[in-house]
Design a protein around this ligand. Structure first.
Ligand code: ADP
Ligand code: MG
Length: 446
């Protein structure tokens, strides 16, 4: 076996089996075009190329470096003689690929996002049941379905599980799209004067899933188009599924006519998972990836990572990679060491200024105002929230925080912490807002 194949074998150990079998297996090392620090793999189509590039090229590069000691860059290119301009739309292994358009407009469903792989607990029970019922009776009962919840809690998983089931049971085409993809596709058809094809595609689909509609905020043109597409599909009793990271009323810059339509079916929230659900999810992910973790380690990971399941998955992969590469068993102590590093690294990257930047953007207040001594209500509120989050997610002491926010001394910081804690206890919406902001900051999404 040559090194390029050995690297893929190593990768196999680290990633879900189904992803390996679907995608990575298709990679063919291109000896001719590769150099010692530039590795080329060939794949049959652009879609697989993009997918592997986005998801795994840095990991492949890392494994190369581990194996050979040389830092390499990885390129995933299309096989030279493959027919790039195939005009056929194919439904292949649960992935609906529409390669009618020049840039391979793709609706991809992750084959492992199924209902069987979704762990149900009280935090997601309602969203799960609603999704299942919709997948079994698309377009009939609850239309549209709107799922909301914070980042990494399983919205995309559930939305795609609906798509996967509809694809499998009814062989209907599934359109899964993001706001950005939708706009790109629309403008391309407009430019190429092929709007009839665009309309045809949507008319024929069995279900339309639009993920992360919070990104519609402020995009009037896209909203206009989604409005028309929505009405058309809705009138034809086609199932529509939408997701967002917050309730509709908190999405600023979204037209009321869309909000009222999006809310007119079933609205389901996914909440932060309780400890038992997190533990069950970790067990499931280990089972799916063929990784063994003992109960102490599982409990430890579940207790350390507050909510984001994607982050939990990242930890499992990292642990597995470390233990494979270093030939060590994954024990609780091993986990603690690896996680300590990761948590410290992450916390060090989150600065007070970064927190202020995100909060000022989210609450529409200038960063300089947050640091000022202004007593205006909104400013005081934003400042308190910034301090509260900074205290919880950074390693700064109260005196340091007092200085950063131009406060008298640490007692003002401790007073702020008490105030916010009280507000959280009394006001569910406020609690949600704080959780959401904290998540944004921890996950560095801006
Ligand atoms: P979101 O779209 O809400 O940001 P995702 O649906 O992408 O989150 O979920 C992030 C990861 O966590 C995915 O890999 C998903 O499979 C996993 N996940 C989330 N919730 C669950 C659950 N209840 N059971 C199993 N896996 C889950
Ligand atoms: Mg998502």
């Amino acid at each position: 076996m040559n090194i390029s194949d050995e690297v893929l074998e190593l990768l196999k150990e680290e990633i879900p089996k189904v992803e390996f079998n679907h995608y990575i297996k298709q990679l063919i090392f291109d000896e001719k075009d590769s150099k010692s620090d530039y590795i080329v793999y060939r794949v049959p189509n652009q879609f697989i190329a993009n997918w592997v590039k986005n998801k795994y090229s840095s990991k492949i590069a890392h494994l190369f470096e581990v194996k050979t000691g040389i830092a390499v860059s990885i390129d995933i290119l299309i096989t030279k003689n493959s027919k790039k301009n195939s005009k056929k739309a194919t439904i292949d292994n649960n992935i609906y690929v529409d390669n009618n358009s020049e840039s391979y407009n793709i609706s991809i469903l992750n084959p492992s996002f199924t209902f069987e792989n979704f762990i149900v607990g009280s935090s997601n029970q309602f969203a799960y049941t609603a999704s299942k019922s919709i997948a079994e009776n698309p377009g009939k009962r609850y239309n549209p379905l709107f799922i909301y919840g914070s980042v990494g809690l399983g919205k995309t998983h559930l939305a795609q599980a609906i798509g996967n089931l509809i694809l499998e049971k009814r062989k209907l085409s599934v359109i899964y799209t993001t706001v950005e993809q939708f706009l790109n596709e629309f403008t391309r058809h407009l430019r190429n004067k092929t709007m009839d094809r665009f309309k045809e595609k949507y008319r024929k689909c069995g279900i339309l899933i639009i993920d992360d509609i919070q990104f519609l905020s402020g995009k009037t043109e896209t909203q206009e188009e989604i409005f028309h597409t929505f009405n058309e599909l809705y009138n034809k009793k086609k199932q529509i599924v939408l997701t967002a990271d917050k309730p509709l009323k908190y999405i600023l810059g979204l037209e009321d006519r869309l909000k009222s339509r999006f809310e007119s079916g079933l609205v389901a929230n996914i909440d932060v998972p309780e400890l038992e659900t997190k533990i069950a999810i970790i067990k499931k992910k280990c089972e799916l990836n063929g990784i063994h973790l003992d109960n102490n380690t599982i409990n430890y990971i579940a207790s350390i990572i507050e909510s984001n399941i994607r982050e939990i998955e990242g930890v499992i992969t990292k642990l597995h990679a470390h233990s494979t590469l270093m030939g060590q068993k994954i024990t609780e102590t091993f986990t603690k060491n690896i996680l300590k590093e990761q948590i410290m690294e992450k916390r060090e990257n989150i600065t007070i200024d970064y927190i202020i930047k995100i909060i000022s953007k989210e609450l529409n207040i200038k960063p300089s105002e947050i640091k000022s001594k202004s007593r205006k209500k909104e400013i005081v509120n934003a400042r308190r929230i910034a301090i509260y989050i900074a205290r919880n997610v950074t390693l700064n002491s109260m005196p340091v925080l007092a200085k950063a926010f131009n406060m008298k001394d640490h007692t003002s910081v401790s007073h702020t912490m008490k105030t916010i804690n009280n507000n959280i206890k009394e006001d569910k919406e406020f609690e949600f807002k704080i959780k959401e902001l904290t998540n944004k900051i921890i996950n560095k999404i801006d």
